[in-house]
Design a protein around this ligand. Sequence first.
Ligand code: GUN
Length: 285
Amino acid sequence: MLLLDGKLVSQVRREALKPKVAEFMKRTGRKPHLVVVLVGEDPASQVYVRNKIKSCEAVGILSTHKKLPTTATQAELDQVIEELNQDPTVDGILVQLPLPGHLSEIRVNELISADKDVDGFTFQVLGHLWAGSPIVAPCTPKGIMSILEHYQIPVAGKRAVVIGRSNIVGKPMAHLLTMADATVTLCHSKTKNLRDFTSQADIVVVAAGRRHLLGREDFKAGAVIIDVGIHGTGQDQPLVGDVRFHEIEGWASAATPVPGGVGPMTITTLLENTLYLAERKNGLV
Ligand code: GUN
């Protein structure tokens, strides 16, 4: 079984980014600049945001971490976004999700300028993607496409099943696979007889958010399995995914491990999207 090593693909792509970032600096006299907004103290989000900031630095992208208290009002968050939209030194804006319950994700996606939307979540950028003329695509599904591309895994004409219909992963994933000429079925928590679908699929992307949901008997021999799940199992215990990885070794033809599969690719794609939007804003692409 081919191990789809997201850490390795990330390294390769981040190395390829460095000279492009340097070229951007040479042309514009400044670094590409990403602002990450975190509202509240969610521990997982704090880790993700820290990793995003660190990864920016490593490729030469300037990053700013803008922290707002859990008690921030929608009006306060709106104002922060409006200011970042107007700030000519900012190329990318990311508001870390999930937001505290009293704040509206929809409102955020209405407000962020499409030109600075590194997540690809605003309605304008999603509309471009949907219509087949993408500006950027959401980071996790785009990162998965980059893994498939790196390992030259054929997608055109294949049967692909995506499990999970979130705006962040499942829905855009189904769309990107469709654009790559796969025949795609989007399954979710209300799908009846899930195995009927997964067992027919050449490529399965599992973003169900349920620890160890699927195992060997759910997949066709030789399937390509992409596991987006990430679950802690307690202090000092290893992270696990939505797939029982030990069961599919030797059964799948290729699979992503957890950790070290999809995770690193999300941030790598964020870096790529940030540089792209910075270049676009400066008329360099
Ligand atoms: N929370 C989990 N994944 C993501 C992501 O890709 N972008 C944002 N903004 N928040 C997230």
